[in-house]
Ligand binder design. Structure first.
Ligand SMILES: Nc1nc2c(c(=O)[nH]1)N[C@H]1C(S)=C(S)[C@@H](COP(=O)(O)OP(=O)(O)OC[C@H]3O[C@@H](n4cnc5c(N)ncnc54)[C@H](O)[C@@H]3O)O[C@H]1N2
Ligand code: MOO
Length: 439
């Protein structure tokens, strides 16, 4: 016993009283929270990132936050769809290969310039694709229907009023709304914005997502494994790649050991550049479950068990004074990925303002029996194919274990096996989350 001992409260550094998390949804009688309740709770705890003006090419795939009314018509003026001659349809009505019509060529209109003068009856004017139709002309004859003459042209085919003429506003009318807030700017949309003369748009930025893997057993890929009992860190790559595919700007920090102070120091350093922090590992019941041990000191946190397999242990927090959202995923690689799909991807999409936040569910016919787990939703790894009629079929990509990253890599879907069902029979329809496009 020391003679003098200081009071405990003086020893321990004062722990800031973090503003608590919003009230979480209640757990079920078995102590688990449903997948939907947990996902909706996380979504309710994050806000869309503020919008800012971006150059067009930096806005690809982002959600626009303004209504865009086209200030111009597209096309902006009647113009030619072909290189050829502007004529009056009635002047070439009788033209054929046997009986060509001969017209004097009275001028030329390149793209970007007006016609030199009005087209008089009985004459032709050379015209290039995109050039404005001269007043007096009402049809185009393409070069291929003529002898391409420079001073006079022999026309071998008839035309009709409007042939090869692209009309003002037939694509987009001036004053028409071309985008509304929330639309995601795919490359085609970027093309339209440029076509109506916009060089900047108001969009929500890509969320900056910091990815950290925890675990003293982890070794950086590319380095030698110091012992046969260590493993390469796959989760930080898996999660970074998935976050990038979801639209985030990713900072893969890599690995940190199971030392709580090291984890805290690293997270504090990273908060400054994060809109979201994703970690893997250290959220279960183990003696070294470092994330669970370290993070409550840095913010308001919650560790909960979700009624899903894999992905049961989950952590969430609003960290630091800026309350940066942090999703603490379980360490088993398949658990980390499935949890990313269920929770982190919707959150990233909400930060970006891109809807729907959740992947739309699809259906597929099971090609063989699949077993669920009692009271937990099973998200099995599946391979979706199509039958001859184009209907979706799904079979399992290997086993149910949450360490089977080889099977995960072969899968293109997650098969949702309900908690109230023990067995899905061959031929039954099941819900699938399609992970790749075009399935
Ligand atoms: N007594 C109990 N033990 C466990 C429970 C439980 O309820 N009671 N839950 C199990 C479930 S379910 C899961 S999921 C895991 C989650 O554990 P942690 O989040 O604490 O993860 P770790 O223990 O750190 O790692 C689990 C597993 O994954 C491997 N791992 C971790 N990080 C990586 C990485 N970056 N790259 C590749 N592999 C990684 C790690 O080596 C472990 O094998 O807990 C169960 N236990
Ligand atoms: O729930 Mo854990 O994620 O099964 O492996």
């Amino acid at each position: 016993m020391p003679l003098f001992s200081r009071k405990k409260s003086e020893d321990a550094p004062a722990r800031p009283a973090w503003e608590p998390l919003p009230p979480p949804p209640p757990v079920r009688e078995d102590g688990l929270r449903s997948l939907e309740d947990h996902r909706d709770y996380l979504l309710s705890c994050v806000n869309e990132l503020p919008a800012f003006g971006q150059q067009l090419l930096d806005a690809v795939d982002l959600a626009i936050c303004e209504e865009v009314i086209s200030p111009v018509s597209l096309p902006g003026f009647d113009n030619s769809a072909m290189d050829g001659y502007a004529v009056r349809a009635q002047d070439v009505a009788s033209a054929s290969v046997e009986n060509p019509v001969l017209l004097p060529v009275v001028g030329e209109v390149p793209a970007g310039r007006p016609a030199p003068h009005r087209l008089s009856p009985g004459t032709a004017m050379k015209i290039m694709t995109g050039a404005p139709i001269p007043r007096g002309a009402d049809a185009i004859v393409a070069y291929e229907g003529t002898d391409r003459g420079a001073t006079d042209v022999e026309v071998y085919e008839s035309s009709e009023v409007g042939r090869h003429i692209r009309r003002t506003g037939e694509d987009v009318a001036a004053g028409h709304r071309v985008f509304r807030p929330g639309d995601q700017l795919r490359p085609r949309a970027i093309g339209l914005l440029a076509a109506i003369g916009k060089d900047k748009v108001l969009v929500r930025p890509r969320p900056r997502v910091v990815v950290v893997a925890t675990g003293s057993e982890l070794v950086q890929p590319g380095q030698p494994l110091p012992s046969e009992f260590q493993i390469f860190d796959s989760n930080s790559y898996l999660l970074a790649a998935a976050a990038r595919a979801a639209g985030a700007q990713v900072f893969r920090v890599g690995m940190v050991s199971d030392d709580p102070q090291e984890v805290r120091d690293l997270i504090i350093d990273q908060l400054v550049r994060a809109d979201l922090v994703l970690t893997s590992g250290g959220v279960s019941q183990g003696d070294y479950d470092v994330v669970k041990a370290a993070m409550p000191e840095l913010g308001a946190t919650e560790f909960v068990q979700v009624a899903m397999q894999p992905g049961k242990p989950q952590g969430f927090g609003l960290i630091g004074h800026d309350r940066i959202p942090m999703i603490m995923l379980p360490g088993n690689p398949v658990s980390a990925f499935v949890s990313f799909e269920a929770f982190a991807r919707p959150v990233i999409r909400k930060l970006m303002g891109v809807t729907p936040y959740v992947r739309p569910a699809a259906k597929a016919r099971a090609t063989h029996a699949m077993s669920s787990t009692t009271s937990r939703r099973r998200l099995a790894r599946g391979i979706v194919t199509h039958d001859d009629d184009g209907n979706r079929l799904v079979s399992l990509a290997g086993g149910y274990g949450s360490h089977l990253i080889g099977d995960l890599a072969r899968a293109n879907a997650l098969v949702v096996l309900p908690e109230d069902t023990d067995l899905v029979a061959a031929g039954d329809q099941v819900e699938v989350w399609l992970l790749d496009e075009g399935l």
